[in-house]
Write a protein of this length. Structure first.
Length: 449
């Protein structure tokens, strides 16, 4: 059978989609290639949230065409994901050597399409049509990949987005919100736990919008909190995370869940995007700075040690220096543990692309660097607070930078590196933090009783 290599760009949703496609292909007899040079099929799972990610994927495909068509003309080349969805046939018109274009609701059709291409039944395939029920088709996992089993796993609970932020292309590439049934999600999670997974991250474009139009509020609990409760009941599961939510989804029922569900870890990634109410309104975010601060305050009352991370966009059309200063002051006021900072990127067919006040790249670059400096200082302060403390970590395996050491993650989502042995791998254990780096903690299990 042919070998396949999948290169993934973008978010955790894309990583999860790639894993499911790989697992589906392996189930049909394909092998996973270690790299592009030995693969019979090369697929790029693309991201179009920012222009940089889109252009990287296009350039990568151009390079693959140049490398493979001379020496290995049999290799099947394909695009998957958001760029495939938004551009469709245009990709093959631009790059005629591409064989396959699979949209975001068609990942589960990839194996069938490859079978047709490899057997010569079809010359090209472009499949970007809407498919009802596609939200329930991303459920296969490849826990051990080519090497060790994973102790953590991502589970997709929904697809699509109804928020329509003015800067975002996701509703156009992922479609409207479609949620899976709770029993189906719980069954997948239970299977993962049976294979040794101890921590599950629930995924959705706006995960807190899960089934809000399909499942009624019960006993004051939203559909998403009902799902958390159902997953919490799985025997053997140790930790639950979720990403990415929307501030509008943090009702009192969800805040309260952090205090009563022990498996729901003390960590919240809540994208705020800007500290300016004026910019938030232009972005169509649906909340104010005050509302965001109120959410953080409530979470810290329930879980004082909770780790808070976020996303920011700098250089949004019309953003003034005063607006940007409001974002800087929000970082100082909240004390984020981590934040991902992005320069505003025009996306075609989005309202923001047509707004007046598009800012020069130099302004975006300058604000990006200033905000990064503020975020890094905030993160360093939050990490330093844990020095000398005893924390629980879930050991995920060897450190990427130094395989001789092990790495784990705290409940508040901080990475801990320590000197351990094989008996520590995949275990929940306590360590005492001895020092803090920029975004890494260092621990010592030997000094514990």
């Amino acid at each position: 059978m042919p070998s396949v290599f999948i290169k993934t760009y973008g978010c955790q949703m894309n990583e999860r989609d790639s894993e499911a496609v790989a697992a589906q292909l392996v189930a049909k007899g394909y092998t996973l290639a270690a790299g592009e040079a030995t693969a019979d099929v090369i697929l790029l799972n693309t991201c179009s949230v920012r222009d940089l990610a889109e252009q990287k994927a296009l350039r990568k495909m151009e390079n693959l065409i140049a490398e493979t068509r001379r020496s290995r003309p049999h290799v099947v080349l394909g695009f998957m994901g958001c760029v495939a969805q938004s551009r469709g046939q245009e990709l093959i018109d631009r790059l005629p050597d591409v064989d396959l274009v699979v949209g975001t609701q068609k990942f589960h059709r990839t194996a069938d399409h490859l079978g047709d291409l490899l057997a010569g039944r079809r010359d090209k395939v472009v499949d970007v049509a809407v498919e009802p029920g596609s939200e329930a088709t991303i459920r296969e996992h490849l826990l051990n990949g080519n090497a060790r089993k994973s102790v953590t796993a991502f589970v997709s609970i929904m697809q699509g987005c109804n928020q329509y932020c003015t800067f975002c292309i996701v509703p156009y590439t992922r479609g409207e919100e479609r949620s899976r049934a709770i029993p189906d999600i719980v069954a997948e999670c239970r299977e993962l736990v049976g294979q040794g997974v101890k921590e599950i991250t629930l995924l959705g474009q706006i995960v807190t919008s899960y089934a809000k139009r399909d499942r009624p509020v019960r006993d004051g609990k939203s559909a998403f909190v009902q799902l958390l409760e159902a997953v919490h009941e799985i025997e053997g599961l140790e930790r639950i995370r979720f990403t990415s939510p929307h501030p509008k989804g943090y009702g009192d029922d969800l805040v309260e869940a952090y205090g009563r569900l022990p498996k729901l870890v003390e960590s919240a990634h809540i994208p705020v995007q800007s500290g300016s109410d004026r910019v938030l309104k232009l972005m169509h975010r649906g909340y104010t700075r005050e509302r965001f601060l109120g959410i953080v305050q409530k979470l810290r009352r329930v879980q004082p040690a909770i780790g808070i991370s976020t996303d920011f966009i700098v250089g949004f059309p019309g953003e003034t220096e005063a607006d940007f200063e409001a974002t800087l002051s929000l970082v100082r006021e909240v004390g984020f543990d981590q934040a991902f900072v992005f320069k505003y990127s025009e996306r075609r067919d989005t309202p923001a692309a047509q707004m007046p006040g598009q800012l020069p790249q130099a302004v975006k670059e300058g604000r990006n660097q200033r905000l990064l400096a503020e975020v890094n200082a905030s993160g360093a302060r939050q990490h330093q607070k844990l020095v000398g403390r005893r924390v629980q970590i879930l050991v995920e395996g060897p450190s990427k930078r130094n395989p001789a050491r092990l790495t784990g993650r705290t409940r508040c989502n901080k990475i801990v590196v320590f000197d351990g042995s094989a008996r520590h791998d995949r275990q929940l254990m306590d360590v005492r933090i001895t020092r803090a780096g920029a975004f890494t903690l260092y621990g010592d299990p030997a000094i514990l009783d």
